[in-house]
Design a protein around this ligand. Structure first.
Ligand code: NAI
Ligand SMILES: O=C(O)C(=O)[C@H](O)COP(=O)(O)O
Length: 381
């Protein structure tokens, strides 16, 4: 079997072992000479799998994306050729949760508002894998988290509501929806100029889902009026050709790396390998921990969860999100620079998740809160 894969999907040589011959491509689109003999194709979110690509792949039987997002796969074109496909649901949800946690702590610290957390309302827009991972962490800080998700509310999910006005009046609004253009609740330009006009400087809007969920031109227009909300964007319309005019208005801007912890990326690779083997009827028994590089465990004494400055200091020392912002502003405002930064994201020092940090706690309540934040917490006598 010939498997063609994006070179930036980690651990594939170990995972695929003897499953087939692996060829990797480095650009956004795999070259036709590789596609010609491909039986399976493994991609990331930057590869458009559409009729143009499929025309070059007459033998293709299976496509998987090692990402949560799947709008880059043309399901109609794939179905027309009877090609099975899948994404990797939830693979990097904890990574996104940690990204938003770090972003919120950074912004509140800069604004001298860390002591206000118990008064802050958080609207999570989209209560799926990434929204839930994010909401859990912000609730652990003591914030009042609610979930706006009309499709889930309709299905009777009691966590979810459908009150957009409640979103607009929240102190923090964090977006976690797929990019959709049709259906009852399309998300393309969900945040438009009208919405942006209604937000004020005390509010924080975070986009770590897809760029086009927010109208980027409207952001520039809104910010030029002044008195705009604080903005944190990991994703942009028209990536990798982002609108540089937006950057000065963003408190944190990063190159679509919210899901790029090593655990998130290797998790995606593991999920697509499992799906590929299942599709072709091949036995596959490797677990994620077989391929995830181990870390040197560190045991930290629990900082008091009530002392937010200490907790913020700890989390931001483990994931200094502002370094990702600086790299984008310095290196990557061109399309080539943006892509380069993503491909080489922390190559020498991969971002590891907080569950690699052991926290010694003195009571059960502390253990629960630290675990909700994502740490590997345990109780000492
Ligand atoms: N920046 C990054 O690195 C990453 C970005 N993403 C993006 O985040 C998106 C969400 O990921 P997950 O939470 O894992 O997806 P999910 O499929 O688990 O959850 C999405 C939720 O959004 C809800 N939803 C759909 N339309 C909505 C609307 N108009 N208003 C409110 N809620 C709506 C759905 O009912 C669902 O519960 C992905 O589709 C992907 O595009 C995901 C991972 C990493
Ligand atoms: O999972 C998703 O959806 C994402 O957006 C990824 O985390 C980032 O995309 P890739 O860089 O992995 O294509």
């Amino acid at each position: 079997m010939h498997i063609v894969a994006d070179q930036n999907i980690p651990a594939l040589p170990e995972l695929l072992g003897n499953v087939g011959n692996l060829s990797c491509y480095t650009d956004r689109t795999p070259p036709p000479e590789l596609l010609r003999t491909a039986d399976a194709l493994l991609v990331r979110s930057i590869t458009q799998v559409d009729e143009t690509l499929l025309q070059h792949a007459p033998q293709l039987k299976f496509v998987a994306t090692a990402t949560i997002g799947k709008e880059h796969l043309d399901s109609v074109a794939l179905a027309a050729r009877n090609i099975q496909w899948t994404n990797a649901p939830g693979c990097n949800a904890d990574s996104v949760g940690e990204y938003v946690l770090a972003a919120v702590l950074h912004v509140l610290r800069e604004q001298n508002r860390l002591n206000d957390v118990l008064d802050l309302d958080v609207a999570i827009v989209g209560a799926g894998h990434t929204g839930t991972a994010t909401g859990q962490r912000l609730a652990a800080l003591g914030m009042n988290v609610h979930y706006y998700d009309p499709p889930l509310a309709e299905q009777g999910d009691t966590r979810a509501h459908a009150h957009w006005q409640r979103v607009l009046t929240s102190d923090i609004i964090s977006l976690h929806v797929p990019l959709t253009h049709d259906g009852l609740y399309p998300t393309h330009h969900l945040i438009d100029i009208e919405t942006l006009q209604s937000l004020h400087p005390g509010q924080l809007l975070i986009n770590a889902c897809r760029g086009a969920v927010v109208d980027n031109q409207a952001v520039v227009r809104r910010c030029e009026q002044g008195e705009c909300p604080t903005l944190v964007f990991d994703v942009f319309e028209h990536e990798p050709a982002i609108d540089a005019a937006m950057l000065p208005h963003l408190a944190i801007a990063t190159p679509h790396i919210a899901g790029h912890s090593l655990e998130g990326k290797v998790g995606g690779a593991h999920q697509v390998t499992t799906a590929l083997c299942k599709h072709f009827g091949i036995a596959f028994e490797m677990s994620l921990s077989d391929v995830l590089p181990s870390v040197d465990w560190r045991t930290l004494g629990a900082v008091s969860i009530q002392r937010l400055p200490d907790l913020a200091e700890l989390i931001l020392s483990l994931y200094p999100i502002i370094e990702d912002d600086r790299r984008l502003r310095v290196d990557s405002v061109t399309a080539a620079g943006f892509d380069h930064l993503r491909k080489n994201y922390r190559k020498d020092n991969p971002r590891r998740q907080l569950n690699n940090q052991r926290i010694a706690c003195h009571n059960a309540a502390q253990v629960i809160r630290f675990r909700q934040l994502g740490f590997n917490a345990y109780q000492v006598c």
